[in-house]
Design a protein around this ligand. Sequence first.
Ligand SMILES: Cc1cc2nc3c(=O)[nH]c(=O)nc-3n(C[C@H](O)[C@H](O)[C@H](O)COP(=O)(O)OP(=O)(O)OC[C@H]3O[C@@H](n4cnc5c(N)ncnc54)[C@H](O)[C@@H]3O)c2cc1C
Length: 586
Amino acid sequence: MAEAARSLTRGFFEGTIDTSILFPYPRISDDEDVRVSAFLAELTAYLEREVDRAWIDEHEQVPPQVIEELSRMGLFSISIPKEYGGMGLSQSAYCRVFEAVTAYDVGLGIILGVHLSIGIKGILLAGTEAQKRLYLPKAATGEWFASFALTEPGAGSDAQGIETRAVRGDDGHWVLNGDKIWIGNGSFSEIVVAFAQTPVVRKGETVDRVTAFILRPDMPGFTRGEPLRKMGARGSNQAELHFRDVRVPPENVLGEVGEGFKLAMRILNSGRQGLSAGAAGGVRNCLRMATEFAREREQFGRPIAEFELTQGKLAAMAADAFTAESVAYFTTGLADRGDVDYALESAAAKVWNSDALDRAVDELVQIAGGRGFVKGYPYERMYRDARITRIFEGTNEILRLFVGLSGMQGPGEYLRRIGQALRHPIKGLGLLREFAGDRVRMAVGGGEPEIAGDVQPALRRHYDYLAAHTRDLRAAVERVIRRYGKEVVERQFVVARVADMAIELYVRAATLSRTEALLDAHAAGAAQAPPLSSSRMALDDESVARILRLCDLACQRSGLRFRAARVALNDDRDDLLRSVAADVLG
Ligand SMILES: Cc1cc2nc3c(=O)[nH]c(=O)nc-3n(C[C@H](O)[C@H](O)[C@H](O)COP(=O)(O)OP(=O)(O)OC[C@H]3O[C@@H](n4cnc5c(N)ncnc54)[C@H](O)[C@@H]3O)c2cc1C
């Protein structure tokens, strides 16, 4: 069996920190940086000159001429490889552009993200050469927009429970029936990657497994519903799609028959990276607007920025913005390097950044006071626009369960093997000796992972905490597995807390890695940060001192959240929660 790719976050669950993944913080090439910066300058100038966000919100659409102009500029081609007519940007560079578009208008960002992050992604990942040549050039020009069609009325979070079905006829064609809801770009997409149950033989039995198909709207039996009306992100478009005896030629199967669910999950990793970058831009936007407002608004004869309670909100938002950006581009860097697993990391980045965005828009509205709530100011729209991020491409609850349960698999399997070895001690002697060694190291406090070697001294204590907390997570995971065994699947409070501990470790590690790179660049005499993320920081002495303060605050806050999850894991008040919930539910 092929060895599973390494993952920084899975490592945390095992009590290790893989410094070969953690360092150096990823960056894009100078060449790509120049190209992206030039493109972004043209794009943002156009958006600010021609695109009215309030109009989009009110009319619930992006004007067609805006889409046409952005297509002409090449926006919808940026992540498509050059050989298929695209700009061929890396995932990191793509996410920078996505972040900028989303920071300008969330609805427009979603049109772009549905098209490139998830719409054509399946063709890039699993398409045949013929499929790539047929669809990608038209997707690149914006002539054909793409959709990713998974969700159904009865299957949202439980995506494996989709009921759309496709059956292969004698002539090799598939006949597809079913209904999809809330499909992005659904009113106008020309390429629809749709998922359906198909009969496959597994271990001699015929069972249903998901397969991906590329549908075209001119296929007889394919119809669309009205555009969806929403609370926010109103420029984006979603619609129902209906399939009645749609005949799909065999060459439109995407990837292997029966392997569609795995493909959908790989596609969503890319989507979640985009969302985390978009959310990072959103947090930064909130910080900028809250700061401007707080400086200008006077009460009690002074700007409200002079009050400590306002300052606390701005400082927390600044730390969150620094972390959100660090984790977003650390994660895209994992995708770009290609030799590590990043499924847990993409989920963690989406969860943390969307939660941070929620905190940021909430505090923005609070700082703006009544003006935060009334129309005519941008704040209430930003509040509404942000809300979807915790819901789509995997709700944050489902993603926490995914991170917690997947992360515990490795240690769970190890402990299971230890249990077996104890029953057959002679055969399992080597494993038992290894386990005993681990226990002794942990008991004497010498087992914690270390970040050794030549690191920035200013970050030393944060690395030491990261190492100690990694050891805490490993110990907590072991206790949880011993206590609950397989039943842990039903212990969602516990799994979510374990996930929160791991997510905090991951985002703190990403923040430290980026700060390390910034300090290294400063030590090497650079006046400006290398292209590590979307915002380019100056690196004079004062800027570096500010970066260090931001990193300190971000790490401190992460440590507090980590400890809160650890403490909650060890207290047994969940019975009370369960009892009250039972009272409520009757
Ligand atoms: C604006 C918008 C755009 C979208 N775009 C697309 C798209 O382009 N393509 C596409 O396929 N889909 C799309 N979706 C669908 C979206 O991905 C789903 O809404 C999302 O996955 C959640 O599914 P659901 O709404 O059915 O919620 P449910 O699955 O019904 O969940 C409801 C609540 O229950 C919780 N919950 C569910 N199961 C569990 C559990 N086991 N344990 C604990 N809590 C649980 C959830 O976290 C959530 O809080 C879009 C949705 C919206 C609103």
